[in-house]
Ligand binder design. Structure first.
Ligand code: SF4
Length: 89
C-alpha cells in the first residue's frame, strides 16, 4: 500500500525540530531584529528561495516566519540556530 502525501510529509519533517506552530508558542521567544534581518537577507539572495512566495525549496518553509525562530536553521548550513534570544519581537 502506498503512503499518502500527509504520511510522506510527516516522515520528511520527523528530523526537523522546527514546526510551523512554534510561532504561536508563547514559551518560544523570537530572535532579535538584527539576527532576523541577517538570516532573512541570506535567504533573499539564495537561489533556493522561491521569490514569489518567499518559500524555501529545501525545507518548504515560509522564510519570513521561520527566520524568527531561534532554534531554526538553514537546511544547507547557510545560517544556524541562535542560542541567545532577546525579547519577543
Ligand atoms: S533556508 Fe537556506 S536554503 Fe532555504 S532559502 Fe534560506 S538560505 Fe536558502
Amino acid at each position: 500500500m502506498s503512503k499518502t502525501n500527509w504520511q510522506l510529509w510527516k516522515e520528511k519533517k520527523a528530523g526537523d525540530s522546527v514546526r510551523p506552530w512554534d510561532l504561536l508558542n508563547p514559551n518560544i521567544q523570537q530572535v532579535d531584529e538584527d539576527t532576523y534581518n541577517h538570516r532573512y537577507n541570506i535567504c533573499l539572495s539564495c537561489p533556493s528561495l522561491i521569490q514569489a512566495t518567499k518559500t524555501c525549496k529545501k525545507c518548504g518553509c515560509f522564510m519570513a516566519q521561520k527566520c524568527k525562530l531561534p532554534h531554526a536553521s538553514c537546511p544547507i548550513g547557510k545560517w544556524g540556530a541562535y542560542t541567545e534570544v532577546a525579547d519577543v519581537v
